[in-house]
Write a protein that binds this ligand. Structure first.
Ligand code: EPZ
Length: 443
């Protein structure tokens, strides 16, 4: 396993190209298994969760050919339902999408418990199950996974989600695409990745209406055909680099972004005092820090509200903002495990409950060694390490690699002093004065 070694306190500026959206690419890759004709996907991010998904689908008979590091040709003709490899399935949350695909294709599913970032409150799949049951499947939990059976095949149904769950919305869209009849998903998630999945499936001949609203209508079709599709930019990777610009000075210009997906993040960064210009036509956003970040109150909400996946990165900004900030986490229970690690750099909380944190800004942070707890918490650790004077190390980088394409390469190009080493490589004493990169141990 790897660690990142960061010598912080350097102003960052320049241009960074944003990769394709992980959480759109994942369901779209699984959706390719519904299709007997080849599809070509462009702008697929080169991140670990995609690599795992490619591994799962390949083991299940899907042929996947890399045309470039970010373009894939995927042929689902020989996909074999109910043959998923347990070890890989347990690595990612998105492997739950196999249930929708398998039930929609064959009326049967069997998968190990999906993994993914582990939050204190757990990540139940009850809404997925209820939806499949409404469509005629009998779902069961066995000792290490799920099975489902719809002996007569699924049928179209009206499904109400009592939470606007991203995963349940995706899974039910996948299940309904080839299912005879009309399916309605009410209180559906409205995230851009849902819209992107619907666009992709419709390009392949599906009949999905109103994705992006809270009532999605799906008329099942008999089969899909091949298409070429470009994955939209990752709004969370973009938000993270915007927060990094606010933390380290900037200006940093992000290219290949859709500013309309970033409104909630832009709004909160401006409230904290950052300067932002967005250009829809050029698909760019430029961010620079103001004189002094100021405290804010933040509440996570389903899209178009403030995303839970940006909450830890904002905690890192609040750590140096003037005054006391408050975060209320409404989407994912227990998403504050990362705070204990941030505190090693001097981040000060003055109150924490399961879903609330109060952070009092301090003047400066000090370098420290940290261990990533999850993907976005890991990104927050990178941010505090970039702000702190001296050398910090972040272990468990594989969690950050799940969703950030070449984070050390992109940050180095912005002027950061950051390198990746094996966790076995000797550590510099935490907080020691900045070493030149060249004096760090070589791989
Ligand atoms: C997706 O997870 C994303 N993952 C997450 O991104 C993101 O944090 C989350 O949506 C919220 O935006 C992928 O797209 C692969 P949910 P998902 O179903 O689908 C409750 C990242 O950092 N719930 O909207 O798991 C439960 O409390 C990751 O990129 C139920 O109670 O999100 C859950 O925590 C992490 N029952 C919350 O809703 C259910 O059946 C949000 O779940 C489903 C959800």
């Amino acid at each position: 396993m790897d660690k990142l070694i960061i010598s912080g306190g350097k102003p960052l500026q320049g241009t960074v190209a944003i990769s394709g959206m992980k959480n759109a690419a994942l369901p779209i890759l699984f959706a390719c298994a519904l299709n007997k004709e080849p599809c070509i996907l462009h702008n697929v991010p080169a991140v670990k969760d995609i690599e795992t998904t490619v591994g799962i689908l390949s083991e299940m008979g899907v042929t996947i050919r890399y045309l470039s590091p970010t373009s894939l040709e995927i042929n689902g003709k020989d996909f074999k339902p109910c043959t998923s490899p347990n070890t890989l399935v347990r690595r990612i949350r998105a492997s739950s999408y196999l249930m929708g695909v398998e039930l929609g294709l064959s009326g049967q599913t069997r998968i190990a418990f999906p993994g993914g970032c582990d939050f204190d409150g757990g990540r139940p799949l009850d809404l997925h199950m209820k939806g499949f049951e409404a469509m005629g499947a009998e779902m069961r939990t066995y000792h290490d996974g799920y099975t489902g059976e719809a002996p007569d095949g699924l049928f179209g149904a009206k499904i109400y989600l009592n939470k606007a769950s991203v995963g349940a919305t995706v899974n039910l869209m996948l299940a309904a695409t080839l299912t005879p009849g009309h399916t309605v998903i009410s209180n559906a998630a409205r995230e851009p990745h849902i819209v992107s999945l619907a666009r992709f499936l419709n390009e392949c001949g599906a009949n999905i209406l109103n994705a992006g609203t809270s009532e999605i209508q799906i008329e099942g079709v008999a089969s899909l055909h091949g298409c070429t599709y470009r994955i939209p930019p990752d709004m969370i990777e973009a938000g993270t680099y915007m927060a990094i610009a606010a933390a380290t000075g900037g200006p940093i210009t992000l290219t290949g972004v859709y500013p309309e997906h970033l409104q909630a993040t832009i709004d909160k960064l401006c409230e904290m005092g950052a300067h932002i210009t967005a250009n829809n036509a050029l698909e760019t956003v430029t961010v620079s820090a103001g004189d002094q970040l100021t405290a804010i109150e933040l509440e996570t909400q389903p899209y178009p509200g403030f995303p839970t996946d940006m909450q830890p990165q904002f905690a890192a900004l609040m750590a140096v903002a003037k005054g006391t900030s408050i975060i209320r986490e409404n989407i994912i229970n227990g998403r504050f495990a990362y705070l204990e690690q941030l505190k090693r750099t001097g981040v000060k909380t003055i109150g924490e409950a399961k879903d609330t944190a109060c952070i009092e800004g301090v003047e400066r942070l000090t370098a420290a060694n940290m261990t990533a707890t999850d993907l976005r918490g890991g990104a927050a650790m990178v941010m505090v390490a970039l702000m702190a004077e001296g050398i910090s190390e972040i272990r468990n980088v594989h969690l950050i690699d799940r969703g950030y394409d070449d984070i050390e390469g992109k940050l180095s190009a912005l002027g950061a002093d950051i390198i990746r080493r094996s966790e076995d490589a000797p550590s510099a004493p935490a907080g020691s004065s900045p070493l030149m990169t060249s004096s760090l141990p070589t791989p």
